[in-house]
Ligand binder design. Structure first.
Ligand code: A4P
Ligand code: MG
Length: 194
């Protein structure tokens, strides 16, 4: 392809924020693996990753606690292509689609994409639930407190401050030393609650 054409068709890289969550198997390990799969994908570079936070499930309560994190990526993929990549990674990691808000090995959500508002049958950006969710806003504000919600016209830091203190208190950052031990701990507490 002549150089001029390549220069015109090649998309400039943009910044997107992704939400990662897991509550089956070894949640922290799966979140880490998803970050690494993202970073290995063509046209995607993971530039920041938040702490990992353990937190109670939103939705059905008869499921284990989640580990959640947020990643910042620099990508040349368009939003629909990025969503497809997230879904491919979910499938490759063994996720089966079950009940809405039910337990999962890995869940990858596109939170923000280049400050854009997108509304198609397959993709809604900003993610329509992100501004209510402490497990999204706390890790997002940790790595990008000024990340902007283009519909609410507020930053991640402002949206986090608006949540109930009780919601914020429910979030436990996972210490690095805990990352390895967390799955066995969760399993023990699951057994002792039966
Ligand atoms: N879709 C539209 N917009 C987006 C977007 N911005 N990012 C469509 C990702 N997907 C988007 O998603 C259903 C459809 O949403 C997809 O086909 C895609 O085209 P899904 O991942 O198949 O289904 P789901 O995840 O079960 O449903 P949903 O409504 O996306 O659930 P959420 O919002 O992902 O919530 N509790 C805690 N503590 N932590 C969690 O991470 N997560 C959930 C799932 C529930 N409770 C939780 C957590
Ligand atoms: Mg989802």
């Amino acid at each position: 392809m002549p150089l001029g054409v390549a220069a015109i068709t090649e998309r400039a890289p943009v910044i997107a924020y992704l939400g990662l969550g897991a509550n089956l198997g070894e949640p922290a390990q799966q979140v880490r693996e998803a970050v690494s799969r993202l970073n290995n994908a063509d046209e995607v570079e993971v530039t920041r990753v938040s702490s990992f936070y353990r937190n109670p499930p939103l939705g059905p309560q008869d499921q284990p606690w989640y580990v959640n994190a947020v990643a910042r990526v620099r990508t040349r993929l368009g939003p629909e292509e990025l969503l497809r990549l997230l879904q491919q990674i979910e499938t490759a990691m063994g996720r089966e689609r079950g009940e809405r808000w039910g337990p999962r090995l890995i869940d990858l959500d596109l939170l923000l994409y280049n400050g854009e508002v997108i509304f198609t049958p397959d993709l809604v950006v900003p993610h329509p639930e992100m501004h209510h969710r402490v497990f999204v806003l706390a890790p997002l504000a940790e790595i990008a407190s000024r990340a902007w919600h283009p519909l609410l016209h507020k930053s991640a830091g402002d949206l986090l401050a608006e949540l109930d203190a009780a919601d914020r208190a429910a979030l436990e950052p996972l210490a690095r030393s805990e990352l390895r031990a967390e799955s066995s701990k969760q399993f023990k507490s699951f057994l002792s609650n039966r």
